[in-house]
Ligand binder design. Structure first.
Ligand SMILES: Nc1ncnc2c1ncn2[C@@H]1O[C@H](COP(=O)(O)OP(=O)(O)O)[C@@H](O)[C@H]1O
Ligand SMILES: [Mg+2]
Length: 215
């Protein structure tokens, strides 16, 4: 089944082995809309984002793998059952206790250079766990973050979060680097250093670093 509200060909699929069936989101490379600022192969960035988050000890990206499916090579990501009315703006207003999970996501988005953190790309499941989806537009070489998460701007980043960023100032995990070009993985290190040096969540005085549409 094709997913509504998706800008590319995004399919809801079932994956079955002998024991169980799970639902997942399959994004074939062939279904991508061409973009001027990203090479084809956004599915690889989806997988790179999952691997980077895992390497940072942040487990908010649903498991995402490369897979050759019925429409060719693509990414396959575990589907999170979430209430579609609960996205970033609503959760931020009403769920103070989830803010630390947003802080981690915000730090990740800066390091990953996420240019598409819309409110609807933030989900919360029934166990109060926050998830982030749609990372196809991450890892551009030039820093041009677009996100709705600006509420923490100017605030000091907690030591525990800085510890997760620190290893990236030295080296990018091979399983991430292998999905990107050299300039792109070197840029991860640069952004990690920048964030660690400032040790504060950045602000956006221009007000231009928002995705469109916002939700
Ligand atoms: N892992 C997931 N879990 C739950 N819902 C998802 C997941 N991935 C995508 N979706 C749903 O499908 C919609 C389109 O997916 P998205 O990743 O935003 O695709 P696109 O790249 O086309 O924007 C999302 O807004 C969301 O509602
Ligand atoms: Mg999307």
């Amino acid at each position: 089944m094709r997913m509504p509200y998706s800008s590319n060909a995004t399919f809801l699929v079932s994956i079955t082995d002998q024991e169980e069936t799970v639902k997942a989101i399959y994004k074939p490379m062939r279904g991508e809309k061409p973009l001027w600022d990203f090479e084809p192969g956004l599915h690889r960035r989806e997988v790179a984002a999952y691997r980077l988050a895992e390497a940072m000890g942040m487990h908010f990206v649903p498991p995402t793998i490369l897979r050759d499916g019925p429409h060719g090579e693509g990414s396959v990501q575990l589907l999170i059952e979430a209430n579609p009315d609960e996205h970033y703006f609503a959760i931020f207003e009403e769920r103070q206790e989830l803010h630390d999970q947003f802080r981690a996501m915000c730090a990740f988005d800066i390091v990953a250079n996420n240019t598409d953190r819309k409110s609807g790309h933030v989900l919360v499941d029934k166990n109060e766990r926050v998830w982030g989806i749609d990372h196809g537009l991450c890892f551009a070489q030039d820093f041009k973050i677009r996100t709705v998460i600006w509420e923490f701007g100017g605030e000091a980043i907690a030591e525990s979060l800085l510890e997760k960023i620190k290893p990236l100032t030295q080296t990018v995990p091979l399983e991430v680097a292998t999905l990107l070009n050299e300039q792109e993985f070197v840029a991860i290190t640069e952004r990690a250093k920048w964030l660690l040096d400032g040790a504060k969540f950045p602000v956006d005085p221009s007000g231009r670093h928002y995705p469109w549409p916002l939700v």
